[in-house]
Design a protein around this ligand. Structure first.
Ligand code: SAM
Length: 283
């Protein structure tokens, strides 16, 4: 009998959100794989979980894989957690989960809170369809390129952001997408100072540029859908997107944008913005 990998969601700030199934699963596992073992030790101690913790993060994930697969093949039950929320959602774990599936090893999930879903629900922005973009590039040039490619998105956009980059990101978003676009900042969700700051992007940018304790903490940035006219302009056909993803890097981007634009009868500037976004993401 092979063992199972459990992906276990943990709270994003409020220990009351830990599910009893999460506690049971972590207790029953042979080993808990955690991003930061010292951080997760606080959680396991609080819930009286004695299972040993083992570090699994971006820097050791590749070399740890063969050993972890061997343990699962030998019948052990492993549980994967991250510092907060759902593992893999802007957190480590994807190579392990993929490798388990490829090796035919069972993978199960114990779902828990995730800041993206919590923020969307509380934001007051349309939540039926959304596009989660994780963290934007840290450098302003790459960030602006990525935002340009998203300016016409017809779904609510959701981003994670580090507090020290919030003001710069909002300034870029207001400049690239437009200061009038409805947006929201969901701060310190599920914690004592939880708040939702709603307004136009320009207003939120001005607020974030100011000072005060309420600019600290953890934030999710949400940007409302583009107005219909803007959506149409950058609603590139799927076939074009597919070819752009396949061909980018094969020739200078301006030449490729011109070629694809001509073939699909779309403005080459739009295609160029798409190619830039693909490069910014390292696709
Ligand atoms: N895996 C986590 C999840 O499922 O939400 C996300 C981990 S990611 C490394 C951390 C980012 O999530 C933070 O920079 C922030 O943008 C967002 N975040 C996490 N907890 C939050 C909270 N309590 N309130 C607001 N944002 C939060």
């Amino acid at each position: 009998m092979t063992g199972t990998l459990y992906i276990v969601g943990t709270p994003i700030g409020n220990l009351g959100d830990m599910s009893s199934r999460a506690v049971d699963t972590l207790r029953a596992a042979t080993l808990i794989l955690a991003e930061d073992t010292r951080h997760s030790a606080t959680l396991t101690r609080h819930f009286g979980i004695a299972t040993p913790l083992h570090a699994l993060h971006a820097h050791n994930e590749a070399q740890a894989l063969p050993g972890l697969l061997a343990r699962l093949q030998a019948g052990e039950t492993l549980a994967l957690i991250s510092d907060a929320g759902m593992p893999l959602i802007s957190d480590p774990g994807f190579p392990l989960v993929r490798a388990c599936h490829e090796a035919g090893l069972p993978v199960r999930v114990v779902p828990g809170p995730s800041a993206v879903v919590a923020a969307l629900a509380v934001s007051g922005l349309p939540a039926e369809r959304f596009a989660f973009e994780g963290f934007l590039p840290a450098k302003s040039s790459g960030r602006q390129r990525a935002l340009r490619a998203l300016a016409g998105e017809a779904r609510t956009l959701v981003f994670y952001e580090a507090p020290h980059r919030l003001a710069a990101t909002l300034a870029d978003a207001a400049a690239v997408i437009g200061g009038e676009r409805p947006a929201a900042l969901a701060r310190e969700l599920t914690k004592m100072h939880e708040s939702v700051h709603r307004g136009a992007l320009g207003e939120l940018a001005a607020w974030a540029a100011g000072k005060g304790p309420d600019r600290r903490g953890e934030f999710v940035l949400l940007i409302g859908p583009a107005p219909a006219a803007q959506v149409q302009a950058s609603d590139l056909p799927d076939a074009l997107r597919g070819l752009a993803a396949e061909l980018h890097g094969s020739m200078p981007p301006r030449a490729l944008a011109k070629l694809l634009g001509r073939h699909f009868q779309r403005p080459s500037a739009e295609v160029y913005a798409l190619l830039e976004a693909l490069s910014a993401r390292g696709d």
